[in-house]
Structure formats: structure tokens, C-alpha cells
Design a protein around this ligand. Structure first.
Ligand code: PMP
Length: 383
């Protein structure tokens, strides 16, 4: 079995697992909010992990708010910012190709009276900075834009956009789930106000993530989970020490390995692309000049996507994102890039990971070439 679906999730790094286990046994179960030895011990571990996550993105510890993942971080950032400013008559800007946890949060806010501008990407899947600026209104509270698209791997010009929004007093939220551990992120230098992370995309556990909330100037949010006032009142709930420790170790490893990982992954994607685009009728989805190292998305003209995937039982690849493939509709992201339903449906997203070898890439390419060849033979001229 060949896993080329690391953009959906990654396996737990053995060092992460080992570190987590200590906090599941009889000395590690303390409540980090408790004011006694057991609690203080857990709290120290939580704070050490917070510093590691902060370091991965050039933030300071007090700017990291633990959440259950990036879905929650995105919800908290967007709903929290709009609610704090008073959602009535407010305006926000996002794109049509965000992750569902942003798209559906913005749709929900529309039902609450918030005006939303939905920006279209260019054919390469980038959101042009000038378009964002042109969409600004006096009542714009927030722009929410992903750093790297999870289906195409296309990198958005967030570094160019951030200072322009800061000058204009508009908050910028960035879903950096697919950027963390792949691209350099330095929030000390980049005026992004809110940024979402998820541990399971960089070899940490599922069910833990973080929202960066800038302190200076302070990004203010209305909490979405009320209770004991944890996490500076922004996210109540007893902290999951083992999950947090896991995210901390994963963040430390991601920072240490980022440059090397990125180089290897880019080489693996390029190798796969060479072997597959030598077939006729293979189109790259996404802008090759602004590509994250770990995602390659291709459409195969003239074949049915469902049949193609059915012929690749030994390959873990994704069509559209795992999160929305339950709906079985062609990817809304590829549709927004201008692909028709058929080409959008006949797409595969490949995302190698740390354990992927060149031989895996070659075997995967061979399987895809065979499947495409066979399907075209069965239905010639179906393009
Ligand atoms: N944003 C992006 C870009 C993603 O790829 C994902 C994971 N599919 C999420 C948000 C959601 O993250 P989580 O699984 O932590 O809720």
C-alpha cells in the first residue's frame, strides 16, 4: 500500500507518540489548571509545548490558543472576530476555494446578516492581492485567506497582502494548515493577525490545533466556547495535556526538518509529475510557479474519475479533499479554477510524506499510467 495522501493526514512521528504516552499514565493525568503538584507538572508541559508551537511560526507563547484542530481554530477566528466587532452590517472577504471550515463558517455568518465577498481565484488557483484590496469596504472587518490550498498546493500571496491590510486597519486571518512545516512562517515579520494550525498535518496527533491571536496590535475575539475561562477566556475547556505535548514535539520536529522535508517532497512531486505528464491529456491543477512542495494535483482528460480511483486500490490518493469527498461531487475548488465537471471529477491529488521513497513514486506512477491506459482503451475517443 502506498500512502500519497499526507495532505489529508500524516502518521504520528514515533517521538511524538513516545512523548504523549507519558501524559496518559498515572503521573501525567493532572489538570493543567490545578494549583497543586500534579497540576503544575501538567501545566509546565503545556507551556513548553506552547513555546514550541510559537517558535514554529515566529510568534510568542501568549499568542497561542489551543483548539481541537483547525476547524475549530477557523471557526473561532472568523466568528470570534465578527462577533467581537458586532456582526450587524459588517463585511468580510474570503475566497471560493477555502477549506469547508472557512466556507461554511462564512456562509453561516451570511445567515446572520454579515456581508461576504467571495473572491474567485485566477486559473492557477491564486487569489490576487489587488482583487482583495478592490473588495475592501469601509465596513470590512476581516479578510480570511488560506496560505496554501489543500487541493492544489497553490501558495497565496499572503506576505504581500498582510502589510496592505494592516495599513488599512483590516484584520487578516490565514488558514496555514497546509503551510506549516512546509513553508517558512515568521509572524514576527509578517503582520498577520490570526493564523490556524492543525497538528495532524505535521506528524502530530489528530484532535489538537492552535489559533495564533496577535497581541500587538491586539486582535480581539469573542469566545465561541464559554466556561472556565481557559486560554485567556478565548477557549474554555480543560486542556488535553497529551495532545498538546504531542503537538509541541511535532512542531519542534517540523521546524527542525522543514527545509530538508520541503526539498525532498518537492523532488518527489516533480518526479511523479514527469512520469505522469508524459501521458497525453494530463493537466496540472494549480500554479506551478507558486506551488507548495508537498501537493501535486492532476486531471486526466477523457476518463471517468470514479473508474480511475476504482482501479487504484493500492494507492492512497485523494480526489477533492477527504473532508468533502463524502458528497461525491466534483471538487468546488477545481471548478473555481475553471475545470469542467468531468475534468474536475477525473482528478487525483498526490501528497507524499516523510516516509515516501522514490520507489513508491515510481510504483504509483506505474499504477496510474496503467489504469489511465486501460480506461482509455475501454472507452476510446471518450475525451
Ligand atoms: N484547513 C485546511 C486547509 C485543511 O487542509 C484542513 C484539514 N483537511 C483543515 C482546515 C481542518 O483541519 P482539522 O482536521 O484540524 O479540523
Amino acid at each position: 500500500f502506498i500512502d500519497l495522501d499526507h495532505a489529508a493526514t500524516t502518521p504520528l512521528d514515533p517521538a511524538v507518540r513516545a512523548a504523549m504516552l507519558e501524559w496518559l499514565d498515572d503521573t501525567g493525568y493532572g489538570n493543567p489548571a490545578s494549583d497543586h503538584a500534579l497540576g503544575r507538572r501538567a501545566r509546565a508541559a503545556v507551556e513548553a509545548a506552547r513555546a514550541e508551537v510559537a517558535a514554529l511560526i515566529g510568534a510568542s507563547s501568549e499568542e497561542i490558543i489551543w483548539t481541537s484542530g483547525a476547524t475549530e481554530a477557523n471557526n473561532l477566528a472568523i466568528k470570534g472576530a465578527l462577533e467581537f466587532r458586532g456582526a450587524e452590517r459588517a463585511h468580510l472577504i474570503t475566497s471560493r476555494i477555502e477549506h469547508k471550515s472557512v466556507v461554511d463558517t462564512c456562509r453561516y455568518l451570511e445567515t446572520r446578516g454579515v456581508r461576504v465577498s467571495w473572491l474567485d481565484p485566477d486559473p492557477g488557483g491564486r487569489i490576487d492581492t489587488a482583487r482583495v484590496i478592490a473588495a475592501l469596504r469601509p465596513e470590512t472587518v476581516l479578510v480570511s485567506l488560506m496560505w496554501v490550498n489543500n487541493e492544489t498546493g497553490t501558495i497565496n500571496p499572503v506576505a504581500e497582502l498582510a502589510p496592505l491590510l494592516r495599513e488599512r486597519g483590516v484584520l487578516l486571518h490565514v488558514d496555514a494548515v497546509q503551510a506549516a512545516g512546509k513553508l517558512a512562517i515568521d509572524l514576527a515579520a509578517l503582520p498577520i493577525d490570526l493564523l490556524s494550525l492543525s497538528a495532524h498535518k505535521f506528524y502530530g496527533p489528530k484532535g489538537i490545533g492552535a489559533l495564533f491571536v496577535r497581541k500587538r496590535p491586539r486582535a480581539r475575539l469573542a469566545p465561541q466556547l464559554h466556561g472556565g475561562g481557559h486560554e485567556q477566556g478565548m477557549r474554555s475547556g480543560t486542556l488535553a495535556t497529551h495532545q498538546i505535548v504531542g503537538m509541541g514535539v511535532a512542531a519542534r520536529l517540523a521546524a527542525a526538518r522543514r527545509a530538508g522535508d520541503a526539498e525532498r517532497l518537492a523532488a518527489l512531486c516533480a518526479r511523479l509529475e514527469r512520469q505522469l505528464t508524459s501521458l497525453p491529456g494530463v493537466l496540472r491543477n494549480g500554479d506551478a510557479a507558486h506551488a507548495a512542495p508537498h501537493i501535486l494535483n492532476l486531471s486526466f482528460a477523457g476518463i471517468d474519475g470514479e473508474s480511475l480511483r476504482a482501479r487504484l486500490p493500492m494507492l492512497a490518493v485523494s480526489s477533492g479533499s477527504a473532508c468533502s469527498s463524502a458528497t461525491r461531487e466534483p471538487s468546488y475548488v477545481l471548478r473555481a479554477l475553471g475545470r469542467d465537471d468531468r475534468l474536475a471529477g477525473a482528478s487525483l491529488r498526490f501528497s507524499p510524506g516523510r516516509a515516501t521513497r522514490e520507489t513508491d513514486i515510481d510504483a504509483a506512477a506505474q499504477q496510474v499510467r496503467a489504469a489511465v491506459g486501460l480506461l482509455r482503451e475501454l472507452a476510446p475517443g471518450d475525451a
